[in-house]
Write a protein that binds this ligand. Structure first.
Ligand SMILES: *Cc1c(COP(=O)(O)O)cnc(C)c1O
Ligand code: SF4
Length: 328
């Protein structure tokens, strides 16, 4: 177990963080690409297990596009801003978002295993609001005194970046709160770093006194490698419900075939599609935007190809709204 644990952390330490290294590794001529050389503010970060799913020599690869800093990020577009979601206005306590009825969300960390260029986090590392160990006791106390909260969502950044010890200790505390009906974890780690699914974590999930839901974040079928399939199979064997949410991204998954393949492949590895999110309009992400009109056209097409249970719900986040908004 110890060995396995070291190994995901080591893999994380070996993630690509240098543009030249990444391009050389993928046999892509960096001179031909409009890359953003200075991207220190939101650095390049891509684990090797994710990079292994990128097609060498293809500068338009849909996975590469998710991690490649481009000059287009500098364009200031109307409607795009630093905090498009307005989440930070909804903090109930440091690290606790209680915005939606019956559900509260813990910001476990500001960090992720991968830096997705389309993410709203690019402008907000979230580090000053994350749930430090000192704040955790207060957050648990908040849950205990709010019996209307029936679901706790562990989010971030990526909550699975916490060590097994920390994550397991937290789950042990949460499962003892009588009015909590479910524990939900939002993570991209089983997709981008499947080695994170350790035996210790699997044991904890199997033994958890409350039903556990893990919402994965995969955007393209090519992300679902054999290793990811293995990790999902193991999670499922522990009785975890596996769902997926994607972001609709221009040049990544904005075609009927990409979306159908993603959702069918998800099912084949035991994961049900949940949400297809419109892009949050964070500064620097405009080149990923798909219009609502185009999104609806795509949805109408994929509904023709997929059974209802494999069709994700198209949603968008609206600052200040009491829930996510369905688009139909
Ligand atoms: C999306 C979201 C939730 C959960 O919403 P569901 O519709 O239940 O998936 C909870 N809290 C915050 C802050 C969210 O952004
Ligand atoms: S929060 Fe999700 S989308 Fe944003 S960088 Fe982290 S893994 Fe990527």
């Amino acid at each position: 177990m110890e060995l396995n644990n070291t190994s995901w952390q080591q893999q994380l330490a070996e993630a690509f963080t240098d543009l030249n290294d990444l391009c050389r590794h993928l046999n892509i001529a960096i001179e031909d690409l409009p890359v953003l050389a200075d991207h220190k503010a939101f650095p390049l970060k891509a684990p090797r297990s994710f990079v292994d799913c990128i097609e060498a020599g293809n500068p338009a690869d849909p996975l590469l596009r998710q991690v490649l800093p481009l000059q287009q990020e500098l364009s200031d577009l109307p409607g795009f801003s630093a905090d498009p979601v307005g989440d930070l206005d909804a903090l109930a306590e440091a690290g606790v978002l209680h915005k939606y009825q019956g559900r509260a969300l813990f910001i476990m960390t500001g960090a992720c295993a991968i830096n997705c260029r389309y993410c709203f986090r690019r402008n907000f590392p979230y580090s000053d609001v994350q749930l430090t160990p000192q704040r955790q006791a207060r957050a648990i106390a908040y849950l205990k005194t709010h019996p209307d909260i029936s679901e706790i969502i562990l989010s971030g950044g990526d909550p699975m970046l916490l060590s097994d010890d920390k994550l397991i200790a937290l789950i042990r505390q949460l499962e003892q709160i009588p009015h909590l009906e479910r524990i939900r974890i939002h993570s991209r780690l089983p997709i981008v770093l499947p080695a994170r699914v350790t035996p210790a974590l699997l044991d904890c999930l199997r033994l958890c006194a409350k039903p556990v839901v893990i919402v994965l974040h995969a955007n393209h079928g090519n992300e679902l490698s054999d290793a990811v399939k293995g990790a999902c199979g193991q999670l499922k064997n522990q009785g975890v419900t596996l769902l997926n949410q994607s972001v609709l991204l221009k040049g990544v998954n904005d075609t009927v075939s990409a979306l159908c393949e993603l959702n069918e492949k998800l099912f084949s590895i035991g994961v049900l599609p949940y949400y297809l999110h419109m892009l949050d309009k964070a500064s620097g992400t405009g080149h990923f935007a798909v219009s609502q009109e185009q999104a609806l056209l795509l949805m109408n097409q994929i509904k023709k190809h997929l059974p209802g249970y494999l069709t994700p719900k198209l949603v968008k986040e609206v600052a200040g709204a009491p829930n996510k908004i369905m688009i139909s």
